[in-house]
Design a binder for this molecule. Structure first.
Ligand SMILES: [Mn+2]
Length: 204
């Protein structure tokens, strides 16, 4: 059994010459968030991530967005991934796997999460030109994959994201985050039938 008395929370901060990040999360939340990354469309994506994963999330970030949003967005992904890993602890009693298929109008995205202890991202299907589009006039489409890389690598989880359809870049990016959120929600959920760490190796 997982130790239900342990709060599955984490707080983390990171400061470099390119960005300053403060982040805290609670895996057993209700989807409440307070997000200010100074990158409006990224705030929108993180708010959706919290809402649909039921992970409470507070993020305050600032950085050299006068150059590009790249550093600030990537660094939030790094800190978010690390905080997920910390909050998961020894991963005892969790469901481990989660998957979701989420539409947003014409966009359709499948996400699968394995809290495996092995960082691996498979990300396919964004339409040609998506990576060059400036969503909201400031958020480069390529950053969607890049922030999934940062989260995945620092959380130590396996993530598959497959864009199955979509035309509007805003819809596609948002559906990617919502699908990831729903899959993550399942994967980190305690399963009362699981005793200990859900791996034949005995560790994740
Ligand atoms: Mn980068």
């Amino acid at each position: 059994m997982t130790d239900q008395s342990r709060a599955r929370t984490a707080s983390s901060s990171r400061e470099t010459s390119e960005s300053r990040i403060r982040l805290s999360l609670d895996l057993d939340g209700t989807g409440r968030s307070s997000i200010d990354t100074s990158v409006p469309f990224f705030d929108h994506l993180l708010t959706a991530l919290s809402k649909h994963s039921l992970i409470d999330l507070d993020v305050a970030a600032s950085g050299d967005t006068h150059i590009d949003v790249h550093h600030t967005v990537e660094d939030v992904g790094i800190v978010l991934g690390g905080a997920l890993n910390e909050a998961l602890g020894d991963k005892a009693g969790i469901s481990r796997y989660g998957d979701a298929l989420v539409p947003l109008d014409e966009a359709l995205v499948q996400a699968v999460v394995d809290v495996s202890g092995r960082p691996y991202l498979v990300h396919t299907g964004e339409p040609e030109g998506f990576e060059y589009h400036l969503i909201g006039g400031h958020f480069t489409g390529s950053m969607v994959r890049h922030v999934f890389e940062a989260i995945t690598f620092h959380a130590g989880i396996t993530v598959h994201v497959r864009v199955l359809g979509g035309r509007d870049p805003h819809h596609i990016a948002e559906a990617e985050f919502k699908a990831f959120a729903r899959a993550l929600r399942q994967a980190v959920q305690p399963d009362p039938r699981v005793s200990g760490v859900p791996s034949t190796k005995g560790a994740l």
